[in-house]
Design a protein around this ligand. Structure first.
Ligand code: AMP
Ligand code: GLY
Length: 377
Protein backbone atom coordinates (compact mmCIF):
# COMPACT_ATOMS: atom_id res chain seq x y z
CA UNK A 1 0.00 0.00 0.00
CA UNK A 2 1.35 3.40 -0.93
CA UNK A 3 0.26 6.74 0.38
CA UNK A 4 1.11 9.97 -1.36
CA UNK A 5 2.01 12.76 1.03
CA UNK A 6 2.34 16.42 0.17
CA UNK A 7 5.95 17.34 0.89
CA UNK A 8 8.41 19.48 -1.01
CA UNK A 9 10.91 16.77 -2.03
CA UNK A 10 13.73 19.32 -2.23
CA UNK A 11 13.13 20.62 1.32
CA UNK A 12 15.58 18.78 3.62
CA UNK A 13 13.80 19.69 6.88
CA UNK A 14 10.38 18.83 5.49
CA UNK A 15 11.40 15.40 4.19
CA UNK A 16 13.28 14.59 7.39
CA UNK A 17 10.26 15.57 9.52
CA UNK A 18 7.99 13.36 7.43
CA UNK A 19 10.42 10.44 7.74
CA UNK A 20 10.39 10.85 11.54
CA UNK A 21 6.59 11.17 11.63
CA UNK A 22 5.97 7.94 9.70
CA UNK A 23 8.95 6.17 11.35
CA UNK A 24 10.45 5.31 7.97
CA UNK A 25 12.87 2.37 7.83
CA UNK A 26 14.45 3.65 4.64
CA UNK A 27 14.16 6.85 2.62
CA UNK A 28 15.08 6.54 -1.07
CA UNK A 29 15.80 9.85 -2.73
CA UNK A 30 15.15 9.70 -6.45
CA UNK A 31 15.93 12.91 -8.35
CA UNK A 32 19.09 15.01 -8.32
CA UNK A 33 17.69 18.30 -6.99
CA UNK A 34 16.88 16.98 -3.47
CA UNK A 35 20.25 15.20 -3.32
CA UNK A 36 22.11 18.38 -4.17
CA UNK A 37 19.91 20.22 -1.64
CA UNK A 38 21.04 17.86 1.13
CA UNK A 39 17.88 15.85 1.77
CA UNK A 40 19.89 12.66 2.41
CA UNK A 41 22.01 14.47 5.02
CA UNK A 42 18.92 15.80 6.81
CA UNK A 43 17.27 12.37 6.94
CA UNK A 44 20.44 10.67 8.19
CA UNK A 45 20.84 13.36 10.85
CA UNK A 46 17.57 12.06 12.33
CA UNK A 47 19.06 8.57 12.58
CA UNK A 48 17.03 7.23 9.65
CA UNK A 49 18.63 5.25 6.82
CA UNK A 50 18.66 7.14 3.52
CA UNK A 51 19.64 5.84 0.09
CA UNK A 52 21.29 8.69 -1.76
CA UNK A 53 24.55 10.63 -1.48
CA UNK A 54 25.21 13.62 0.73
CA UNK A 55 24.99 17.08 -0.80
CA UNK A 56 28.79 17.20 -0.99
CA UNK A 57 29.00 13.85 -2.80
CA UNK A 58 26.06 14.65 -5.11
CA UNK A 59 28.25 17.35 -6.66
CA UNK A 60 29.53 14.51 -8.86
CA UNK A 61 26.30 15.18 -10.75
CA UNK A 62 25.60 18.73 -9.63
CA UNK A 63 28.75 20.24 -11.09
CA UNK A 64 30.43 19.08 -14.28
CA UNK A 65 33.60 20.91 -13.23
CA UNK A 66 33.68 19.10 -9.89
CA UNK A 67 33.16 15.73 -11.63
CA UNK A 68 36.05 16.44 -14.01
CA UNK A 69 38.23 17.41 -11.09
CA UNK A 70 37.51 14.15 -9.27
CA UNK A 71 38.08 12.12 -12.44
CA UNK A 72 41.40 13.81 -13.06
CA UNK A 73 42.55 13.20 -9.50
CA UNK A 74 41.41 9.57 -9.68
CA UNK A 75 42.95 8.90 -13.10
CA UNK A 76 39.55 8.03 -14.60
CA UNK A 77 39.43 8.02 -18.42
CA UNK A 78 37.19 10.84 -19.68
CA UNK A 79 37.03 13.54 -22.37
CA UNK A 80 39.53 16.39 -22.11
CA UNK A 81 37.67 19.52 -21.03
CA UNK A 82 37.85 23.20 -20.12
CA UNK A 83 35.56 25.18 -17.84
CA UNK A 84 34.74 28.47 -19.57
CA UNK A 85 33.03 31.58 -18.27
CA UNK A 86 33.38 33.99 -21.19
CA UNK A 87 33.09 34.08 -24.96
CA UNK A 88 36.82 34.25 -25.65
CA UNK A 89 37.76 31.21 -23.59
CA UNK A 90 34.77 29.27 -24.95
CA UNK A 91 35.75 30.06 -28.53
CA UNK A 92 39.35 29.04 -27.88
CA UNK A 93 38.24 25.72 -26.38
CA UNK A 94 35.85 25.03 -29.27
CA UNK A 95 38.61 25.68 -31.77
CA UNK A 96 41.11 23.51 -29.95
CA UNK A 97 38.82 20.47 -30.01
CA UNK A 98 37.10 21.17 -33.36
CA UNK A 99 33.67 19.82 -34.39
CA UNK A 100 31.47 18.14 -33.32
CA UNK A 101 31.36 20.66 -30.47
CA UNK A 102 30.27 19.57 -26.97
CA UNK A 103 29.10 22.34 -24.61
CA UNK A 104 27.66 21.49 -21.18
CA UNK A 105 25.92 23.70 -18.66
CA UNK A 106 28.04 23.48 -15.51
CA UNK A 107 25.02 23.14 -13.19
CA UNK A 108 22.08 20.77 -12.93
CA UNK A 109 20.03 20.69 -16.11
CA UNK A 110 17.92 17.50 -15.81
CA UNK A 111 19.86 15.88 -18.63
CA UNK A 112 19.12 18.70 -21.06
CA UNK A 113 21.96 21.12 -20.54
CA UNK A 114 24.20 19.59 -23.17
CA UNK A 115 24.53 20.67 -26.78
CA UNK A 116 26.43 18.51 -29.26
CA UNK A 117 26.59 20.24 -32.64
CA UNK A 118 28.69 20.91 -35.73
CA UNK A 119 27.39 24.47 -35.69
CA UNK A 120 29.99 26.68 -33.98
CA UNK A 121 27.57 29.61 -33.65
CA UNK A 122 25.00 27.36 -31.94
CA UNK A 123 27.69 26.08 -29.56
CA UNK A 124 28.64 29.66 -28.65
CA UNK A 125 25.00 30.63 -28.22
CA UNK A 126 24.41 27.74 -25.77
CA UNK A 127 27.49 28.79 -23.80
CA UNK A 128 26.22 32.37 -23.61
CA UNK A 129 22.81 31.18 -22.33
CA UNK A 130 24.39 28.98 -19.65
CA UNK A 131 26.99 31.41 -18.36
CA UNK A 132 29.45 28.87 -17.01
CA UNK A 133 30.06 25.85 -19.22
CA UNK A 134 32.33 22.88 -19.71
CA UNK A 135 33.59 22.54 -23.29
CA UNK A 136 34.93 19.13 -24.05
CA UNK A 137 36.35 16.87 -26.70
CA UNK A 138 33.80 14.78 -28.62
CA UNK A 139 33.80 11.08 -27.74
CA UNK A 140 32.86 8.86 -30.70
CA UNK A 141 31.34 5.47 -29.98
CA UNK A 142 28.18 3.79 -28.68
CA UNK A 143 27.02 4.82 -25.23
CA UNK A 144 26.55 2.64 -22.16
CA UNK A 145 24.83 3.47 -18.88
CA UNK A 146 26.10 1.50 -15.91
CA UNK A 147 24.36 1.86 -12.54
CA UNK A 148 26.38 1.00 -9.46
CA UNK A 149 24.88 0.66 -5.98
CA UNK A 150 27.44 1.61 -3.34
CA UNK A 151 27.74 2.26 0.38
CA UNK A 152 30.86 4.33 -0.26
CA UNK A 153 33.23 1.39 -0.17
CA UNK A 154 31.59 -1.79 -1.48
CA UNK A 155 30.03 -1.43 -4.93
CA UNK A 156 27.58 -3.63 -6.83
CA UNK A 157 27.04 -3.04 -10.57
CA UNK A 158 23.63 -3.54 -12.16
CA UNK A 159 23.24 -4.66 -15.79
CA UNK A 160 24.59 -2.25 -18.40
CA UNK A 161 21.90 -0.53 -20.46
CA UNK A 162 21.69 1.81 -23.42
CA UNK A 163 19.68 5.00 -23.48
CA UNK A 164 18.51 7.00 -26.53
CA UNK A 165 19.10 10.69 -25.89
CA UNK A 166 18.04 12.32 -29.12
CA UNK A 167 14.39 12.98 -29.76
CA UNK A 168 14.21 11.50 -33.26
CA UNK A 169 14.83 8.24 -35.07
CA UNK A 170 18.42 7.69 -36.17
CA UNK A 171 19.61 9.93 -33.31
CA UNK A 172 18.26 13.06 -35.00
CA UNK A 173 17.09 16.28 -33.36
CA UNK A 174 17.84 17.75 -29.95
CA UNK A 175 18.85 15.92 -26.77
CA UNK A 176 16.13 14.89 -24.34
CA UNK A 177 16.06 13.25 -20.92
CA UNK A 178 15.96 9.90 -22.76
CA UNK A 179 13.47 8.43 -25.26
CA UNK A 180 13.94 4.71 -24.65
CA UNK A 181 16.35 2.07 -23.40
CA UNK A 182 17.21 -1.59 -23.44
CA UNK A 183 19.28 -4.05 -21.42
CA UNK A 184 21.44 -6.05 -21.44
CA UNK A 185 23.77 -5.06 -24.32
CA UNK A 186 24.39 -7.98 -26.69
CA UNK A 187 27.26 -6.09 -28.33
CA UNK A 188 29.15 -5.17 -25.13
CA UNK A 189 32.61 -6.70 -24.89
CA UNK A 190 32.91 -9.42 -22.24
CA UNK A 191 34.61 -7.98 -19.21
CA UNK A 192 33.22 -4.48 -19.77
CA UNK A 193 31.60 -4.24 -16.35
CA UNK A 194 34.71 -5.50 -14.55
CA UNK A 195 36.85 -3.02 -16.49
CA UNK A 196 34.59 -0.09 -15.62
CA UNK A 197 34.47 -1.13 -11.96
CA UNK A 198 38.27 -1.32 -11.82
CA UNK A 199 39.14 1.75 -13.92
CA UNK A 200 36.27 4.10 -13.10
CA UNK A 201 34.08 3.17 -10.13
CA UNK A 202 36.59 2.07 -7.50
CA UNK A 203 39.07 4.90 -8.21
CA UNK A 204 36.22 7.44 -8.06
CA UNK A 205 34.87 6.05 -4.77
CA UNK A 206 38.41 6.02 -3.33
CA UNK A 207 38.94 9.66 -4.35
CA UNK A 208 35.63 10.66 -2.75
CA UNK A 209 36.63 8.89 0.48
CA UNK A 210 40.03 10.58 0.37
CA UNK A 211 38.29 13.97 0.20
CA UNK A 212 36.26 13.09 3.28
CA UNK A 213 33.01 13.04 1.27
CA UNK A 214 32.36 9.37 0.52
CA UNK A 215 29.78 8.73 -2.20
CA UNK A 216 27.04 6.33 -1.03
CA UNK A 217 23.97 5.75 -3.15
CA UNK A 218 23.62 5.17 -6.86
CA UNK A 219 26.59 6.09 -9.01
CA UNK A 220 25.41 6.33 -12.61
CA UNK A 221 28.32 6.03 -15.01
CA UNK A 222 27.58 7.25 -18.54
CA UNK A 223 30.24 5.95 -20.92
CA UNK A 224 31.21 6.18 -24.56
CA UNK A 225 32.80 3.04 -25.99
CA UNK A 226 35.57 4.73 -27.96
CA UNK A 227 38.45 3.36 -30.02
CA UNK A 228 40.64 4.03 -26.97
CA UNK A 229 38.35 2.12 -24.59
CA UNK A 230 35.46 3.17 -22.33
CA UNK A 231 35.49 6.90 -21.50
CA UNK A 232 33.24 8.57 -18.93
CA UNK A 233 30.77 11.05 -20.44
CA UNK A 234 29.10 11.90 -17.16
CA UNK A 235 28.32 10.83 -13.64
CA UNK A 236 24.87 11.07 -12.14
CA UNK A 237 24.08 10.61 -8.47
CA UNK A 238 20.80 8.72 -8.98
CA UNK A 239 19.05 6.11 -11.06
CA UNK A 240 18.70 7.21 -14.69
CA UNK A 241 15.47 7.51 -16.59
CA UNK A 242 14.50 5.49 -18.69
CA UNK A 243 17.33 2.95 -18.22
CA UNK A 244 16.02 2.11 -14.75
CA UNK A 245 12.78 0.79 -16.22
CA UNK A 246 14.67 -1.91 -18.15
CA UNK A 247 17.33 -2.70 -15.56
CA UNK A 248 14.84 -3.15 -12.72
CA UNK A 249 12.51 -5.18 -14.97
CA UNK A 250 15.30 -7.78 -15.12
CA UNK A 251 16.33 -7.68 -11.45
CA UNK A 252 14.93 -10.59 -9.44
CA UNK A 253 16.63 -9.71 -6.14
CA UNK A 254 14.33 -7.47 -4.06
CA UNK A 255 15.45 -3.88 -4.56
CA UNK A 256 14.54 -2.71 -1.04
CA UNK A 257 17.07 -4.98 0.68
CA UNK A 258 19.81 -3.93 -1.72
CA UNK A 259 19.19 -0.21 -1.20
CA UNK A 260 18.89 -0.68 2.57
CA UNK A 261 22.27 -2.46 2.61
CA UNK A 262 23.82 0.44 0.70
CA UNK A 263 22.20 2.96 3.04
CA UNK A 264 23.48 1.20 6.17
CA UNK A 265 27.03 0.40 5.08
CA UNK A 266 26.46 -3.35 4.87
CA UNK A 267 26.61 -3.86 1.12
CA UNK A 268 29.63 -6.18 1.37
CA UNK A 269 27.38 -8.69 3.16
CA UNK A 270 24.59 -8.53 0.58
CA UNK A 271 24.13 -11.74 -1.46
CA UNK A 272 24.97 -11.61 -5.20
CA UNK A 273 22.20 -10.18 -7.38
CA UNK A 274 19.92 -12.51 -9.30
CA UNK A 275 18.86 -11.53 -12.81
CA UNK A 276 16.06 -12.77 -15.04
CA UNK A 277 17.19 -14.31 -18.34
CA UNK A 278 16.33 -12.47 -21.54
CA UNK A 279 16.09 -8.76 -22.24
CA UNK A 280 13.99 -5.68 -21.53
CA UNK A 281 13.04 -2.70 -23.72
CA UNK A 282 11.26 0.54 -22.86
CA UNK A 283 9.89 3.15 -25.26
CA UNK A 284 8.95 6.64 -24.08
CA UNK A 285 5.76 8.30 -25.30
CA UNK A 286 6.38 12.05 -25.23
CA UNK A 287 3.98 14.97 -25.39
CA UNK A 288 3.62 17.24 -28.40
CA UNK A 289 6.58 19.66 -28.70
CA UNK A 290 8.80 17.81 -26.16
CA UNK A 291 11.74 18.45 -25.50
CA UNK A 292 10.46 21.99 -25.90
CA UNK A 293 7.70 23.18 -23.53
CA UNK A 294 5.30 20.22 -23.74
CA UNK A 295 1.60 20.43 -24.42
CA UNK A 296 -0.24 19.02 -21.36
CA UNK A 297 -3.79 18.32 -20.24
CA UNK A 298 -4.70 15.82 -22.98
CA UNK A 299 -6.59 12.63 -22.19
CA UNK A 300 -4.48 9.45 -22.35
CA UNK A 301 -6.03 6.09 -23.21
CA UNK A 302 -4.57 2.59 -23.00
CA UNK A 303 -2.15 3.48 -20.21
CA UNK A 304 -3.76 1.40 -17.43
CA UNK A 305 -1.88 -1.74 -18.47
CA UNK A 306 0.91 -3.67 -16.79
CA UNK A 307 4.19 -2.51 -18.27
CA UNK A 308 3.02 1.04 -18.93
CA UNK A 309 5.02 3.14 -16.48
CA UNK A 310 3.79 6.65 -15.78
CA UNK A 311 6.01 9.72 -15.58
CA UNK A 312 4.11 12.84 -16.63
CA UNK A 313 0.49 11.91 -15.88
CA UNK A 314 -2.21 13.19 -13.55
CA UNK A 315 -5.83 12.33 -12.73
CA UNK A 316 -8.54 14.86 -13.55
CA UNK A 317 -10.34 15.62 -10.29
CA UNK A 318 -13.79 15.75 -11.89
CA UNK A 319 -13.90 12.27 -13.42
CA UNK A 320 -10.57 10.56 -12.70
CA UNK A 321 -9.57 10.63 -16.37
CA UNK A 322 -5.85 10.23 -16.98
CA UNK A 323 -4.24 13.38 -18.40
CA UNK A 324 -0.80 14.22 -19.73
CA UNK A 325 1.11 16.40 -17.27
CA UNK A 326 4.71 16.46 -18.46
CA UNK A 327 7.11 16.06 -21.37
CA UNK A 328 7.82 12.36 -21.11
CA UNK A 329 4.34 11.08 -20.34
CA UNK A 330 4.48 7.28 -20.08
CA UNK A 331 6.72 4.50 -21.30
CA UNK A 332 5.92 1.01 -22.49
CA UNK A 333 8.26 -1.48 -20.80
CA UNK A 334 8.44 -5.18 -21.62
CA UNK A 335 10.71 -8.15 -21.09
CA UNK A 336 11.16 -11.13 -23.40
CA UNK A 337 13.34 -14.17 -23.97
CA UNK A 338 15.26 -12.23 -26.63
CA UNK A 339 15.88 -8.54 -27.28
CA UNK A 340 13.73 -8.80 -30.42
CA UNK A 341 10.82 -10.26 -28.45
CA UNK A 342 11.11 -7.63 -25.72
CA UNK A 343 11.21 -4.90 -28.36
CA UNK A 344 8.08 -6.21 -30.10
CA UNK A 345 6.25 -6.41 -26.78
CA UNK A 346 7.26 -2.86 -25.77
CA UNK A 347 6.09 -1.45 -29.10
CA UNK A 348 2.81 -3.38 -28.77
CA UNK A 349 2.21 -1.55 -25.47
CA UNK A 350 3.07 1.80 -27.05
CA UNK A 351 0.80 1.05 -30.01
CA UNK A 352 -2.11 0.73 -27.60
CA UNK A 353 -1.61 4.18 -26.06
CA UNK A 354 -3.69 7.09 -27.30
CA UNK A 355 -2.49 10.66 -26.69
CA UNK A 356 -3.17 13.52 -29.08
CA UNK A 357 -0.01 15.00 -30.59
CA UNK A 358 2.29 12.50 -28.89
CA UNK A 359 5.45 11.11 -30.45
CA UNK A 360 7.90 8.30 -29.79
CA UNK A 361 10.98 6.88 -31.44
CA UNK A 362 10.41 3.82 -33.63
CA UNK A 363 14.01 2.58 -33.54
CA UNK A 364 14.65 1.87 -29.84
CA UNK A 365 16.94 -1.21 -29.64
CA UNK A 366 16.61 -1.79 -33.40
CA UNK A 367 20.33 -1.53 -34.22
CA UNK A 368 21.18 -3.88 -31.34
CA UNK A 369 18.60 -6.43 -32.51
CA UNK A 370 20.06 -6.26 -36.02
CA UNK A 371 23.66 -6.52 -34.81
CA UNK A 372 24.48 -3.08 -36.25
CA UNK A 373 26.27 -1.61 -33.21
CA UNK A 374 30.04 -1.56 -33.43
CA UNK A 375 32.74 -0.05 -31.27
CA UNK A 376 35.14 2.10 -33.32
CA UNK A 377 38.70 0.80 -33.59
P1 AMP B 1 25.45 14.46 -20.36
O1 AMP B 1 24.34 15.25 -19.73
O2 AMP B 1 26.79 14.90 -19.97
O3 AMP B 1 25.19 12.99 -20.23
O4 AMP B 1 25.29 14.61 -21.92
C1 AMP B 1 24.09 14.25 -22.57
C2 AMP B 1 24.40 13.53 -23.85
O5 AMP B 1 25.22 14.34 -24.71
C3 AMP B 1 25.20 12.26 -23.66
O6 AMP B 1 24.43 11.16 -23.32
C4 AMP B 1 25.84 12.12 -25.03
O7 AMP B 1 24.92 11.60 -25.95
C5 AMP B 1 26.14 13.54 -25.41
N1 AMP B 1 27.51 13.88 -25.00
C6 AMP B 1 27.90 14.45 -23.84
N2 AMP B 1 29.22 14.61 -23.80
C7 AMP B 1 29.73 14.09 -24.94
C8 AMP B 1 31.04 13.96 -25.50
N3 AMP B 1 32.13 14.42 -24.85
N4 AMP B 1 31.17 13.38 -26.68
C9 AMP B 1 30.07 12.93 -27.35
N5 AMP B 1 28.81 13.04 -26.91
C10 AMP B 1 28.62 13.62 -25.71
N1 GLY C 1 18.79 8.70 -18.97
C1 GLY C 1 19.63 9.75 -18.60
C2 GLY C 1 19.38 10.36 -17.30
O1 GLY C 1 18.58 9.90 -16.50
O2 GLY C 1 20.01 11.36 -17.03
Amino acid sequence: MAELRAVDVADPAGVAALAVEIRADLVVIGPEAPLVAGVADAVRAKGIAAFGPSAEAARLEGSKTFAKDVMTAAGVPTARAYTCVDEASTAAALDEFGPPYVVKNDGLAAGKGVVVTDDRAAALRHARECGRVVVEEYLAGPEVSLFVVTDGEAAVPLLPAQDFKRVGDGDSGPNTGGMGAYAPLPWAPPGLVDEVMADVVHPTLAEMRRRGTPFAGLLYVGLAMTADGPRVIEFNARFGDPETQVVLALLETPLGGLLHAAATGTLADHPPLRWRDGAAVTVVVAADNYPGAPRTGDVITGADRPGVIHAGTARRAADGALLSAGGRVVCGTATGPTLAAARDAAYALVGGIGLAGSHHRTDIAAAAVDGRITIPR
